[in-house]
Write a protein that binds this ligand. Sequence first.
Ligand code: ADP
Ligand code: MG
Length: 323
Amino acid sequence: AEQHRREISRKSIEKYQIGKKLGEGAFSVVYQAINLTTNEKVAIKVIKKYQLDEKQRNSVLKEVNIMKQLNHPNIVKLIEFIENDNYYYIVQEVVSGGEIFNEIVKYTYFSEDLSRHVIIQVAEALLYMHEYVGIVHRDLKPENIFFKPVKFFKDDPKNRFNKLRKSDNPNTKLDEGKFIMNYGGGGIGLIKVGDFGLSKQILLNDENNSLKTPCGTIGYTAPEIVRDMKYSKEVDMWALGCVLYILLCGFPPFFNDSIDELTRSVARGEFKFLSPWWDEISPGAKNCVSKLLTVNPLQRYTVKQFLQDPWILEFLNKSENIQ
Ligand code: ADP
Ligand code: MG
């Protein structure tokens, strides 16, 4: 315990200069900060200890322990964990673009190519978590998916996002954001999955692997969770389906002001490709969403199957050609 205490005091928060607020959760505030000795920019999730009971404190330590195990380009990296009498500080690499959520709000929806560019990187993170480490995220949603911005020039062949839908008249600048996105004024580069606050360790290659605690964000939870059944990594694939649906059309597959109604439609997997929003989206994209939003977890796409989906492969082949 003494050595532990010494270690804590050696790791001091003083070397960081706290900057602007990046985001906020129920028990945390996330700030941008700069390491004054290395000039490195970081993001620090600050959690007040006194608000938390024993169980919640433990779950902060679990979140950190899970992040410690993860080392992947599409996952937010832990830099260090600092603790003093009053606070926990989870120091992470900063992902400068912030949440994908805000980009969807700004641009209404993404082109099929941009949606694939985003969702493939989220799937790469899940492939690593599910198949190599044994972690279920359990809270995958656009608020927990971050990005680094990139700039493209208008005619850059690497700008894979300059496809318009038939209905997008380039002369109507109805939606400023969409115009820029479609014509390559700026864009979304590297994607990183963050927020491991609800994540859970599972055993690799264990067929009987299962979790029981109902959790997640309403609207993204899989049918097996709302039905209070045992579940495992398939719940992340359901959430991936919800995220892909939202990227393509701008609204979630399951929403209802009544929680009871919402729960019922999730349990039955009742969602629609609503007209007119889905009219011009390709059958391949719809098929891919349907394979993820499959009620039976045994029939739902695994992450490996998702990465072999024809609509996904079509994009991977296309982007290989332009590099
Ligand atoms: P909570 O568990 O409270 O939801 P998150 O880890 O999701 O906490 O952080 C809350 C918000 O802070 C995120 O949704 C995002 O806007 C911002 N944020 C968190 N980590 C980073 C990061 N590494 N880089 C940039 N923004 C971040
Ligand atoms: Mg979050």
